[in-house]
Design a protein around this ligand. Sequence first.
Ligand SMILES: C[C@H](N)C(=O)N[C@@H](CCCCN)C(=O)O
Length: 457
Amino acid sequence: MNTAQKSLRDKPVARWSALIIVSITMFCGYFFTDVMSPLKPLLEKDLGWTSGDYGWFTSAYGWFNVFFFMLFIGGIILDKVGARITGLLASGIMVIGASLKYYAIANTFPEGATILGHSKQVALAALGFAIFGTGVEIMGITVSKIIVRWFKGYEMALAMGLQVAVARIGTLLAMAAPLRIVDYFHGNIAAPLAFCLVLLIIGFLSYFVYIVMDKKLEASMEKVEDGQESDSEEGFSFKDLKAVFANRGFWYIAILCVLFYSSVFPFLKYATDFFINKFGMAPERAGDLPGLLPLGTLFLTPIFGGIYDKVGKGATIMIIGSILLVLIHGLFAVEGLTNVTLAVILVLLLGVALSLVPSAMWPSVAKIIPEKQLGTAFSMIFWVQNWGLMGVPLLIGVVLEKFCITSAPGAEKVTYNYHIPMLIFMGFGVLSVVFAFLLKNADKKKGYGLELPNMKK
Ligand SMILES: C[C@H](N)C(=O)N[C@@H](CCCCN)C(=O)O
């Protein structure tokens, strides 16, 4: 290709700059997603929440996505009007939801005021989280499509891996920072939310820079491709939706996605509490341990993404990651294994699993589904995944409250035995292995190319 034929995406500086900008927005979103996780014991002690309240509130992340089909609607909007408007809308929704959640936690409400059987505070925080969850998930599919747009035929898996790695820094901060921020602000439990809200506003503003770049990309593509790229910009149609649904590979990857993430992200919501209860860690330090999980993924996700780009073996990578998950949760479930060093090793290994599967899973979607249906496909996969992100934290909260309390009734501090929740997480791991094998088998039959490299020679 000569210089005159180059579009903006062919310039490495341009495509990596675009990646940096959208990664910042997602980083802020991931920080806010998990910022309450290390605060679970404090919510119970200071604000009188129960594990059931916490599970219900945490599950709110997926409410609108699942029941109001917001991801589906977001995917249609994305394919119809493009990433510029969709991304702006999504990051705006994130800010609105986060503000409501902050308001709920920062204020006290009259005792006895309830909504849907939960205290007004829990209900408002949940509503805010539900709105935020819609924004951050639509942003997620938007960013996925943006990466494909800029990186297809280039370092696509590496770029997706790096974006996820930057997002994981947000998760890492969400694990390690909140209790320290609360301490710094003399026990103010809403302070970490305020800090995060400011970051979200920065993320929202940075998206405007991306909009400018995207406009330039479009102009350069129009000049170069003379209509060729229009295939990717045809927009949503019900024919596309039917085609996505009829694709067996799509279903395997969507089911693997919900199973795999159901045993990782909901685990993170309870991890601090788990390490306090099972490994006897001091509450102020217990958030550091789950913080190790995203730390490992920072480096490994792009490395595994790079391997997939150059060597291939995407389906095999997903099988290995799923098997790891079973071993880790299986060991966490064993009663009596309370050695902190072992916990550190298992968390690091969970980080390896959380690097292996996503680094291969997301770029594989682009191999199974044509580019013009990608917005729809990503949104449907996220929709299936959100059932798990919504249902599993709720399930764990209810199981903890009903079957796992080990302290005497009325005790000042409630303690839990996490054996059953860990077995539940392990069960999801086992099913992930089954679906990873089914995907590999389908790849052999249908020739998606999941075991082949992503990069053009
Ligand atoms: C939670 C969100 N729906 C999700 O699945 N995030 C993935 C990354 C998705 C990237 C798609 N290009 C994650 O592993 O955090």
